[in-house]
Design a protein around this ligand. Structure first.
Ligand SMILES: [Zn+2]
Length: 297
């Protein structure tokens, strides 16, 4: 009955449909939703570039935003396994449950790297479903944009023509940007880097960067003093060009290793809002490539 009344109201007032309420787990998906849904949508984002997306407190404000959302956009692949199930339970929003159209997991639409031989969280490994940090390959963003535009049209059919148009417009600009990035980054191939966490594997895979070691012995496991000492021993004969980390990573271990090896420690934006000029997805890649390009070769 409620549905029928709603349908009747929409027919009476075809232009009065409410704004779509989107809950994004990470800034990259909020930015993509903004590209596709424009200003018609209200977007709440749960984390910033300065918060570890693996770990988040399910605050009452987040639960309230979650409760009112029509669409959930997260990474999936267990990135948010420490907090998203709690939000789902506490909010009681049936539209955002797994399997519903309102539940959109970006990592479902791309090939995942670093898939383990068997699925478990042995010794605290935070990437049991493969590496979830899929957004730093712009080709993945293109695939996810297509899937997300379809999902938006499914949830909000009144604006399906708009989503088709914004998707085409975004992908046209995105393809031009990818070509430019790949051209300017051609000389980064083979760049040897150490990464704190495996947050940059897709960037490395895209640009043929060589991540020769990780500061974390396993994703999510902090390095011990003996692990750091063994890294110095392993890397000193042929040091990397730099040690990279995300804005949310504690800089201490990177700075210590940087000092021991005599190479720079570099904070990359990692996601939208993670540094100057990274207000959208285009800026995120522009700035990341500029910072890598500025490294002494
Ligand atoms: Zn991770």
């Amino acid at each position: 009955m409620k549905l029928r009344i709603l349908a009747g109201l929409l027919m009476l007032f075809p232009f009065s449909a409410g704004a779509l309420e989107i809950f994004a787990c990470e800034p990259e998906w909020a930015a993509l939703a903004r590209e596709l849904a424009g200003d018609d949508a209200n977007i709440t984002v749960a984390t910033t570039a300065f918060q570890d997306p693996h770990r988040l407190e399910a605050k009452p404000s987040l639960i309230a935003a979650f409760r009112g959302a029509d669409l959930l956009i997260c990474t999936g692949a267990d990135l948010e396994v420490g907090w998203l199930p709690l939000l789902l339970r506490r909010s009681g929003n049936p539209q955002l449950r797994p399997g519903q159209p309102g539940y959109f997991m970006a990592a479902d639409y791309v090939r995942k790297l670093e898939l383990p031989d068997r699925l478990d969280r042995a010794e605290g490994d935070m990437h049991p479903q493969g590496n979830p940090h899929v957004h730093l390959n712009p080709h993945n963003i293109a695939r996810i944009a297509k899937a997300l535009a379809e999902r938006l049209a499914q949830i909000d059919p009144a604006r399906s023509a708009d989503y088709q148009r914004t998707q085409s417009d975004f992908l046209l600009r995105w393809d031009v940007a990818i070509a430019a990035w790949e051209s300017t980054a051609a000389d980064l191939a083979g760049l040897r880097l150490v990464s704190h966490h495996r947050g940059f594997s897709y960037l490395a895979d895209w640009l043929y960067l060589e991540i020769v070691a990780d500061i974390e012995p396993k994703p999510g496991i902090p390095p011990s003093a003996s692990h750091l000492a063994s890294l110095v021993e392993q890397l000193a004969p042929h040091p990397p060009v730099a040690i990279i980390r995300t804005p949310y990573t504690d800089a201490k271990a990177s700075l210590w290793l940087s000092d021991k090896l005599g190479v720079p420690a570099l904070q990359l934006p990692y996601t939208v809002g993670g540094g100057d000029g990274t207000d959208d997805l285009f800026g995120l890649f522009d700035q990341t490539l500029r910072l890598l390009g500025d490294l002494p070769k």
